[in-house]
Design a protein around this ligand. Structure first.
Ligand code: LLP
Length: 375
């Protein structure tokens, strides 16, 4: 079904995910890393239909909250193939993960290790190393930086690893998201190499996710990784790479305001897609079924903030109210980061499968806004 027909059938704003595109990305990952075990980072896109496709493709899931854990179990990921990570891991989340018998846990701090060692259980543990480097990405996404809250500094990693005793299975590093440069991994491998000398029985390495979209040199990265990892067990946690490019946000133009900057006001904005406002992200935007000489415009949302925009200084053919725009590469961290700011209603989600479109999440209604309120 064409995007225009999707917008007409289901309204706007609407997120559209091409499930066959997701499968194709999984295929590319598997060809580059035939030996790796991928755990999809659910935070990128937790839509049930997307998760079920990834279950069918035999992936694991990386989760960081009780909500993500519940979604992963509901979608059918086997608990053995669920990896719990992240800074939370408080008593409630630890209990939920234990009850679910998750296969893997990434320990993010000494305090978490203490929490977990008080519990029996069969999960295997990884210690997340913070390599304290500059992964050359947006500062919000640089989780491997010395100043970031993630992981354990190199100097303390051995101590945390020792606390875990024979439940220590390996080490974990996730240097950041939207990573384009491979050089940082030289330092990562140097530090991991030293840990492996100290813990020679450890056979598992989790190198996280973070592969940039578009254009991550996955095959070159795989070669570099293979040279270091050798015959050890390799886990990966891709999120964006698997789903971003298969997602499109469709929005309808409400008004066009001429002026020194021409503003195109749309029915989607920062409540629906936060990435441009939060990271200055630039998503490709095109007008459906429009041709003509390009003009430079700002593509704005309907709310009362300057940051409420989808794109700044974008080239579009002449457009007017009622025209449709397609915001590309929005299958990751799109709806998953949406909000109800200004009592905005969350958009619908539609999947494309074998050429057909299917509504998988209804658009919120105004009644949903106060459904949980009590007088
Ligand atoms: N593993 C861990 C431990 C992570 O923290 C993340 C992402 C991933 C894997 C997956 O990273 P990916 O392959 O998707 O880059 N909201 C931001 C991205 C934040 C990523 C947080 N952690 C954005 O819209 O760009």
């Amino acid at each position: 079904m064409a995007l225009r027909a999707v917008a007409e059938a289901f309204g706007t704003p609407v997120y559209v995910y091409d499930l066959d595109g997701v499968s194709a990305q999984v295929g590319r990952l598997r060809r580059a890393f035939p030996e790796a075990e991928p755990f999809y980072a659910v935070k990128a896109n937790p839509c049930g239909a997307v998760l079920r496709r990834l279950v069918a493709l035999d992936l694991g899931a990386e989760v960081i909250t009780e909500g993500e854990l519940a979604r992963a179990l509901r979608a059918g990921f086997s608990p053995e193939r669920i990896l719990l990570g992240g800074p939370r891991q408080d008593a409630g989340l630890v209990a939920a993960a234990q009850a679910a018998r998750v296969g893997w846990v990434s320990i993010d701090s000494l305090s978490q290790a203490e929490c977990w060692t008080r519990q029996a259980g069969s999960s295997r543990f990884l210690v997340r190393l913070n390599p304290a480097l500059d992964p050359r990405t947006h500062e919000h996404l640089a989780t491997g930086a010395a100043t970031s809250k993630f992981g354990v500094p190199f100097a303390e990693t051995a101590q945390v690893a020792e606390m875990l005793g024979d439940r220590l299975a390996g080490f974990h590093v996730h240097i950041g998201s939207q990573i384009t440069e491979m050089d940082s991994y030289d330092e990562v491998f140097r530090q991991l190499g030293r840990l492996l000398e100290r813990f020679p029985h450890v056979q598992t390495l989790d190198l996280g996710g973070g592969f940039a979209v578009p254009d991550f040199p996955l095959e070159a990265f795989a070669e570099k990784v293979r040279a270091f990892v050798g015959g050890r067990r390799l886990l990966l946690e891709p999120g964006r790479f698997l789903v971003a490019e298969s997602g499109t946000l469709l929005t309808r133009i409400l008004h066009v305001k001429p002026g020194s900057v021409k503003h195109v006001i749309c029915d989607a904005g920062m409540a629906d897609l936060l990435r441009p406002a939060l990271y200055g992200a630039r998503h490709p935007i095109r007008a459906l079924d429009k041709d003509g000489p390009p003009e430079i415009v700002d593509i704005d949302g309907p709310l009362c903030e300057n940051a409420d925009r989808l794109g700044q200084g974008v080239a579009l053919p002449k457009v007017g109210p009622g025209d449709l725009l397609a915001v590309a590469e929005t299958g990751a961290y799109g709806l998953s980061m949406s909000s109800r700011y200004a009592s905005s209603l969350r958009p619908a989600e539609v999947v494309l499968e074998n050429g057909a479109a299917r509504l998988v999440t209804e658009r919120e209604s105004v009644e949903d806004l106060w459904r949980l309120e009590r007088d």
